[in-house]
Design a protein around this ligand. Sequence first.
Ligand SMILES: Cc1cc2nc3c(=O)[nH]c(=O)nc-3n(C[C@H](O)[C@H](O)[C@H](O)COP(=O)(O)OP(=O)(O)OC[C@H]3O[C@@H](n4cnc5c(N)ncnc54)[C@H](O)[C@@H]3O)c2cc1C
Length: 594
Amino acid sequence: MNKLDAQRQKEIQQAEELLFAGPQALGFAKGLFQGHFVSDWVMPYPRIPAAQQVELDGTLAELRQFLDEHLDPTEIDRNADIPRSVFDGLGRVGVLGMTAPKEYGGRGFTQMANCKILEEIGRRCASTSVFVNAHHSIGIRALLLFGTHEQKQRWLPKLSTGEQLGAFALTEREAGSDAANVQMQALPSEDGSHFVLNGEKRYITNAAIADVLTVMARTPVPGSDKTSITAFLVTPDMPGFEMLEARMPKMGIRGTATGRFALRDVKVPKENILGPPGKGLKVALTVLDFGRTTFGACCTGAAKTCLRLAVEHANTRKQFNKTLGNFHLVQKKIARIAADAYAMEAMTTITAALIDRGLEDYMLETAMLKVFTTERLWECINDVFQIYGGSAYFVDLPLERMMRDARINQIGEGANEVLTSFIALVGMRGPGMEFKEIYDTMIKPTRERGFAKAWTAGKHRLGAAVRVPEIPVRSAQLRGFANQLGRLIWRFNVAVNRALITYREPILDMQLLQERIANAAMDLFAATCVLSRYDAELEFAQRNGNSSSLDHCAAGLFLRQSFRRIRHFLAGLTDNDDKSVLATANSILGKPGS
Ligand SMILES: Cc1cc2nc3c(=O)[nH]c(=O)nc-3n(C[C@H](O)[C@H](O)[C@H](O)COP(=O)(O)OP(=O)(O)OC[C@H]3O[C@@H](n4cnc5c(N)ncnc54)[C@H](O)[C@@H]3O)c2cc1C
């Protein structure tokens, strides 16, 4: 086996271990890749139970009042600091332990309700929403998900109220996008009572203000020469904890304290291990799934602010004797922001509900949500920036700050390129394995039990190839959209099958193809969420005799634009300039064979 093959085998083994723990219910996104519309996960549109809605409304009112009175995003950006009073206030409202169980001092909110809270903060100040995410969505998430009762009892009460703050430390110099390449070492002591940690972490939000950090480090696998990753709770008062740079100066989300630290022979008791030893990568990726959900909520909030600002300016600024809102090229931007903001909210709500309703494997949906909402928000900010013209460039308006703040979204918690490739590959794995079964049996018909498995796989593939899935909308008005969506899911499945049959194993490296498949899948998911929300709103409006036509225009527009994009992505699978793109890049990069 050459070095490349060995590396590929290692990656596949790691992925297998991480992703495919055992039989699980078919999720919505994986279903799409198999040509199914698993409607139960997405329709009807999820609603927060009435009793919890009352509690959420009360908390939102309290939060809004606090933010109106005490949050100054401009000052936070200028001073590159979020005042302690803001942390304390958020703690009092319950934001810092929103989803922690009540028995540990939290508010016991669902992920869906929590997303409404984050949307509200994301509307106003990205520094503050990233701080909250770093503390609550990822900082204390491993403790919430994988901590033992004793660990939760010991650590959570202070972390839930904000008396103590949390951080999540995965990234290192050699472990950025390649999260599995963590180099920080954790060696067990001879008596087994503790681990000794050595190494450095960088780009860690809240590192310098956190009282407890979830740190990923590499531990030996007992009885072998292998190593794997384990999650530890580390506190900065442990001897050997050295803050190398408390606040790395940066372009956006300047209020957050992004730091670098070293652990030098830090003794961490074995009681501080979170989750199973050696399963830290799975712990980390599950934690990030939660972070990506609230990322979606924060982007939704920011997109709504873009819409508000765009409308305000377009209705007041006059040029050529008309307000800007009279020009079609301005209208086009405003309509698109409205459509995208509607979709971002719908997608966030449905993804959060998947977690609340106990879908075990939601990594594809959270990855889709993260890529989709961060890319759309970037477009929204660019559009509203353009509508404001020269004034957007000056610091008395919030737009230049919003633009600087939003840029990290496409990089942090999984760069969008990495997640795009991940979406395509994990999604295609199901149908890919079925084709492999069929192919292996064809070339080796004597394989034991092979024929039966291949027959089942063949039936699945064939079934999906001839069946256009039905989309169960309730409103007759939406049947046309539902039929179009069903046909596009069918076309998507045919395209995935064709790509798998045509390219087989090399598809693993064909990122331009993967990007089109992932983009089509993301738009199919987004369109589904929009249709589900639109359907629920129409039903509600009919029952109550009113109609929110503004929102419905945006929903209809989103569906039209999304369907057009999906057709474009699928057409690009066969009609593209990929060879020329790669040849040009290779020749410029000085790659051999170009
Ligand atoms: C402000 C800020 C806050 C952060 N907070 C935290 C935190 O709290 N905790 C934490 O652990 N980390 C944190 N990070 C780290 C963040 O998650 C990483 O920056 C991110 O994962 C990317 O890693 P990298 O910066 O090393 O980029 P690299 O891995 O060097 O990647 C650079 C670029 O290369 C491309 N690329 C990389 N791999 C691939 C691939 N396989 N296919 C195609 N393209 C690829 C992508 O375009 C990517 O953007 C933070 C970073 C920043 C900037």
